[in-house]
Ligand binder design. Structure first.
Ligand code: G3H
Ligand code: ZN
Length: 306
């Protein structure tokens, strides 16, 4: 089916107590692995490209690859911009055909983050495309536990942020850290629940490769509706390619190397979809038909907890 937006997908996840897996793609093999895994699990899926991935693979090439893969699939697929730290990057992705955007103003002072996020939501909503924003900051590896805590999203700021920006989902800093290679981050579940209670909108967990399985389950119960995985996929792709080269050091056909990496990525994604409760949920969309009604039809109050 054609690409869909993340709007209805995250509302369905919120209503039905699961999280949509959002998987970062860097090249063709990632795109194939993500969409094939979603098909096999009958799961809705968000395929996301970071600014780094766009620089590596090319904006139009990514859109073309993902569109073709989504159109051939029977499950709903979203193409999302991950960590767009620039207003113009968001505009370029909107124009190129992304069906979900993120403005990441987490390095900016509160008021600047609000101002630019608001500009992005205004233009994106005019085109029927939802926007994820970030409040607080999910840091990169190498930070101390004290630094992680200091950067966490403040529930008391969240309502004003969401009301002023009209963002459709919110990335929260609640204990996870980007690029962790082991699952040992501890989430502040109470904080997630509080932000969920105050804002009512779907919450997004970044840095989720480092979160424990228990953390996923508790986080989803508290209000997480989208879970971002990048590092674990990179580990899987590299692990598969290394294994293929070690198994037969004379191999020179790259398909025999990258193909094994692609299978490793697929295994990781399928396991995550089951953990997130997303497997089988594609049926919810087929039943009611997918599509985004746009701000004019779907107001902020529709996003509040029922
Ligand atoms: O935006 C992408 C994710 O937050 C990636 O997190 O490094 O833990 O996979 P990760
Ligand atoms: Zn992230």
């Amino acid at each position: 089916m054609p690409l869909v937006t993340s709007k209805e997908m995250l509302i369905d996840a919120q209503k039905n107590g699961y999280a949509v897996g959002a998987f970062n793609a860097n090249n063709l093999e990632y795109v194939q692995a993500i969409v094939e895994a979603a098909e096999e699990e009958e799961a809705p899926v968000i395929l996301q490209a970071s600014q780094g991935a766009i620089k590596y693979a090319g904006l139009d090439q990514i859109v073309a690859m993902v569109k073709v893969a989504a159109e051939a699939a029977s499950v709903p697929v979203v193409l999302h911009l991950d960590h767009g730290t620039d207003f113009f990057q968001n505009v370029r992705c909107l124009r190129a055909g992304f069906t979900s955007l993120m403005f990441d103003g987490s390095s900016l002072p509160f008021e600047e983050n609000v101002a630019i996020t608001k500009k992005v939501t205004e233009i994106a909503h005019a085109c029927g495309i939802p926007v994820e924003a970030e409040l607080g900051k999910v840091p990169q590896v190498g930070v101390t536990p004290e630094e992680v805590r200091a950067l966490m999203t403040k529930p008391e700021e969240a309502l004003r942020f969401v009301e002023e920006t009209q963002c459709d989902s919110l990335a929260v800093a609640v204990g996870s850290v980007h690029q962790m290679k082991v699952q040992e981050a501890k989430l502040d579940i109470e904080r997630i629940a509080k932000i969920r209670e105050i804002t009512g909108i779907p919450l997004v967990l970044h840095g989720a490769s480092g979160v424990t399985d228990e953390g996923y389950r508790e986080g989803i119960k508290a209000g997480i509706c989208k879970i971002n995985i990048a590092t674990e996929l990179n580990k899987a792709f590299t692990r598969g390619m290394k294994a293929a080269m070690e198994k037969d050091p004379s191999v020179v056909d790259p398909r025999k190397i990258a193909g094994v990496g692609r299978e490793e990525i697929k295994k990781v994604i399928k396991a995550k979809m089951r953990l997130f409760g997303a497997s089988g949920k594609a049926r919810n969309f087929v039943a009611k038909g997918v599509g985004y009604g746009g701000r004019q039809e779907l107001s902020a109050s529709d996003l509040k907890k029922e």
